[in-house]
Design a protein around this ligand. Structure first.
Ligand code: SF4
Length: 302
């Protein structure tokens, strides 16, 4: 069995920056209460490592960032790589909190563009409704419509004008193309700009370009959108079997029974330690036929 590590994979610049901001905040303010407003990036190993640094993570999929903020009364609040709305910023300042802003620069750029376009027109934002990035964006203006599926588009009035169509930074390029086309069919005069970030695009392209692969392993957290998209793209590109694993401890022989070539990649929020443990475990299995599953990581994730 041959193991093919996919390149590029794993942490992107935005994630590295967000983690560095969290680490610096913990190091520079050892006596302050520090709270992350949501998962700093969508990986529980990273969140756990931040907790070990003394940072509390507030995360509740049923509450908005603004609602969660009400639970923080003092200290420093860290805004995650996914960004927040202006209202969250305003309220954090009003509460007297110090802010450490880890919003990715790509997300900041999309925010600015959407602000400009929604001032005098309408924005169709192709993205996932419950994602924190979408939450931060939809609060910018009531001229923004989130398009997660075709029903969202069908429910919009025909007479919107001018219309600008854009995307979440981490969605699948394949999914986005279909919805983008449907939006253009409905609003033929609309102008569009795909805002999927370069890190997401090149990781997706690398999976799309794989040839003669029997099994695709994506290392990533189940709540990581870009990790799930990598798996989806691999399967849509013709790879017959694929799995999303959090760590090497979830490997089992049935996953790659009869496989000759197994490709391994990881989402941009996945620490390299997790992916290298999976690759090493698979390489050892390929050499010896023994699947030596270890539940412990081979070292620190940050
Ligand atoms: S995936 Fe893209 S948008 Fe998200 S943190 Fe990385 S570079 Fe930024």
């Amino acid at each position: 069995m041959e193991i093919i590590p996919v390149v590029p994979r794993g942490w992107c610049q935005g994630v590295v920056r967000a983690i560095q901001i969290a680490k610096n905040t913990a190091a520079n303010h050892p006596n302050e209460k520090i709270t992350m407003l949501g998962m700093i990036v969508h990986n529980r190993y990273v969140v756990d490592a931040c907790t070990e640094l003394g940072i509390t993570c507030l995360d509740d999929p049923n509450r908005t960032r603004l609602q969660m903020l009400e639970k923080i009364d003092s200290g420093i609040v860290i805004f995650t790589a996914h960004g927040v709305s202006d209202e969250v910023r305003r309220r954090a300042k009003e509460k007297g909190l110090l802010i450490a802003d880890a919003t990715c620069v790509d997300v900041q750029k999309t925010h600015k563009l959407i602000e400009e376009h929604s001032r005098n027109g309408y924005v169709l934002y192709i993205g996932r409704k419950k994602h924190p990035e979408t939450e931060g964006i939809s609060d910018i203006s009531d001229h923004i419509f989130v398009i997660q599926d075709i029903d969202d588009l069908n429910s919009l009035p025909q007479d919107l004008s001018p219309v600008w169509i854009t995307t979440q930074t981490t969605i699948s390029a394949l999914d986005c193309n279909d919805l983008m086309q449907a939006c253009k069919n409905k609003y033929p005069d609309a102008v569009s700009d795909i805002e999927i970030c370069n890190a997401t695009l090149i990781r997706q392209k690398a999976v799309q370009n794989l040839k003669n692969i029997d099994v695709l392993i994506v290392v990533g957290d189940p709540c990581s959108n870009n990790s799930r998209q990598l798996l989806k793209i691999g399967l849509r590109s013709g790879i017959k079997k694929g799995f999303l694993l959090e760590s090497a401890s979830q490997l089992n022989k049935e996953m790659f029974a009869d496989a000759d070539r197994v490709a391994v990649t990881s989402g941009s929020s996945t620490p390299d330690r997790l992916t290298s443990d999976v690759i090493k475990t698979l390489q050892k299995y390929a050499e010896t036929g023994i699947l030596d599953i270890c539940s412990k990581l081979s070292g620190p994730v940050l």
